[in-house]
Design a protein. Structure first.
Length: 305
């Protein structure tokens, strides 16, 4: 009755992966219980999330063919757009369909944008691809787009593109404080987006910095972000709190693949109580100030709540 912090199913978002060209769902070895979905299994997962009361779903697509510019990202018949349309047809508006907007899953080099001959990410050329992708996702039926590439000016470019295409009502969730983290490893297996060379430290946040993250959040808000995100969650609870205290929009936090995998691995070895650890981590993220939490346990936890 007097608990200061509580979770609601509607505050949870389920990240999902759909892989083009597979007949059966594929197990992700580093993420027990998480799958690379087929179209059929993804529709089922979306329906189960709605039944449990989950608030949203974040779609990550894994295309069969990749190239240097991530052509599949804005292809109307690309796997992400197909998945978004499938989910919208299955559950309508009962689940907020959030489209991850980046190129790392779609490029043959695994980076989040267009890469120059010298191996650098071309920020401005990448923004053009992000703008085109946002329109394709909106046309497919996404309720919200979520740019995760951490390119300078990405929110502004996407807002301009959506407005120009007649999608003024589509909100943007900016991955505003996305850190260059060691906890993304299992995700890169799931999304098949590991960089073929280098890393993403040139455009993701330095884990040592918090004030810089606040600056990035402020820039995204000035460009029109409707929601901002801190990623990862558990290692950056202080950043979540600072951001929450600073902004007047919803703050999302992503409980990333490495956080998920650590709990599952420790529980499998009998070292911790799995269910209690899951709830404790989610309560900690909520207590830090996050109003929306992306977690691979979303449907499971929503059922318990």
């Amino acid at each position: 009755m007097v608990a200061e912090t509580a979770l609601r199913p509607a505050e949870l978002v389920l990240p999902v992966f759909i892989k083009e060209g597979i007949v059966d769902p594929q197990v992700i070895s580093s993420m027990p219980g998480v799958l690379q979905h087929t179209r059929e299994s993804l529709r089922k997962a979306a329906a189960e999330a709605v039944e449990a009361g989950v608030g949203g779903i974040m779609v990550f697509g894994v295309p069969a063919d990749k190239d240097g510019i991530g052509s599949a990202a804005d292809d109307p018949d690309g796997i992400s757009q197909v998945a978004i349309s499938d989910i919208r047809a299955e559950v309508g508006d009962d689940l907020v369909i959030m489209a991850d907007l980046c190129l790392c899953e779609y490029t043959d080099h695994g980076h989040c944008g267009i890469v120059t001959a010298s191996g650098d990410v071309d920020n401005d050329a990448t923004l053009e691809r992000y703008a085109a992708t946002a329109i394709a996702q909106a046309e497919a039926g996404a309720h919200m787009v979520a740019p995760s590439g951490m390119m300078d000016g990405q929110v502004g470019a996407i807002r301009k593109a959506l407005d120009g295409a007649g999608y003024r009502g589509i909100p943007i969730c900016g991955y505003s404080a996305k850190y260059a983290s060691a906890f993304y490893g299992p995700f890169r297996e799931a999304a098949e987006g590991t960089p073929k060379f280098g890393d993403r430290a040139t455009h993701q946040q330095d884990p040592a910095n918090a004030l810089e993250a606040l600056k990035e959040v402020a820039l995204d808000l000035a460009e029109g972000a409707d929601m901002v995100m801190v990623k990862p969650a558990l290692s950056y609870l202080d950043v979540i709190r600072r951001v929450t205290d600073m902004v007047q929009v919803p703050v999302a936090a992503y409980q990333v693949s490495g956080e998920f995998a650590m709990v599952e691995a420790a529980a499998a070895n009998g070292w911790i109580d799995r269910d209690k650890a899951i709830m404790e981590t989610l309560i900690a993220i909520r207590r830090a100030g996050a109003s929306v939490i992306l977690t691979y346990w979303a449907t499971e936890v929503a059922r318990k709540l």
